[in-house]
Design a protein around this ligand. Sequence first.
Ligand code: PMP
Length: 435
Amino acid sequence: RAAPASASAEQRRRERLLSSAQERYFAKPPHIERGWRHHLVDADGRAYVDMVNNVAGIGHSHPAVARAAAEQLRLLNTNSRFLYRSLAEYGERLVALAPAGSGLDTVLLVNSGSEAVDLAIRLAWAATGRTTMVALREAYHGWTVGADAVTTSAYDNPRALASRPEWVHVADVPNPLRGRHTGPGAGAAYAAELAGELDGLRRDGRPAAAFICESVLGNAGGVLLPDGYLRDVYAAVRAHGGLCIADEIQVGFGRMGSGFWGFGLQGVVPDIVTIAKPMGNGFPIGGVLTTRAIAEALGGEGMFFSSAGGSPLACRVGLAVLDAMRDESLAENARDVGGHLRRRLEELGERHPMVAHVHGAGLYLGVELVTDRATLEPAARETAAICERLRELGVIVQPTSERQNVLKIKPPLCLTRESADFVVDAIDHVLSTGW
Ligand code: PMP
């Protein structure tokens, strides 16, 4: 991954200092200096529509977040060993977002998604006294040791499957486009297979502590789970005495355009929910929502403490984000603009044979590109080139999925219809004129 001969001075500087494993995008990455709402602005003053930033969920440089952070930094920032009002307020607001009657009434705050997943695994181990984690193929759950163990994406690590620890069991990914089961019965068929594997794990004397998956398969390309899949899988996991973990780090927080959580699309309620990215709009906040009984099990292992997790600063930022989401109706915007965007992208598929499928919902979409619709041969090389060309046209879109042939679309939730149209027109232009 050495910088190409044409690399800018800034790019050379970065590559001298950072490890080659530290991911960057684009052959010629733009030098970004500012962000505003769903736009990024480079060092030359050129603006781009940012279609990939689900961390800046409420939009870049949100003034309410900047104000809350600045005020709190002048007042107090300390660790969560003390009493202060914003921690309780933020905890109450998060718990109030859980589905009524779900029992998800307890919050643990950390600093990132990876930490949230590690904590969820620890909670599951503590609450069940077991260690086996069941994860799906093509998943990304983070870089820390625990989160990495349940990460199975061959894009992130080509040796992923061969190198998972023995306490991780990997089940097939229920991809309704490419998988072994398609059509209306796909969810039940995949779930029945997974139930069989749970039986096998029990027979082998290592019953499942928990099942973890994204409620929409974000890292597989925004793939919606087949109907009924999580209902059946959660029932099977619970019948075996295991817990169900929903990784909502990408797909939660109002992004799917229908309710606050991705798991709502499947009509289920998890035992543990991991949250992060958009919580702090770029300020590092992560957390876990769970039941009191599960959270209390951790106490049996001693104290839990994260120095900056749940700090007054983090909580004030988190509250400002939730206020902005409510006041600016951003979940509703995800439904409205996301629905419009999806219709327009599907319409592209009627004219461009490369567009095999539009995955996802709300403002989490994936446009799957193939070289042949019959064989679904992934158009990986073309997808990379199309993203480079889109960047030249002022649109930031990146390839995703294990096959790198899906245009990842997860913009800040304040995306406008006008910008959505600009993006689809740009994709249409590139698909029509070449890249
Ligand atoms: N889970 C999912 C589904 C993610 O997409 C990510 C980040 N891409 C993580 C966990 C890890 O989050 P973080 O980068 O904040 O550690």
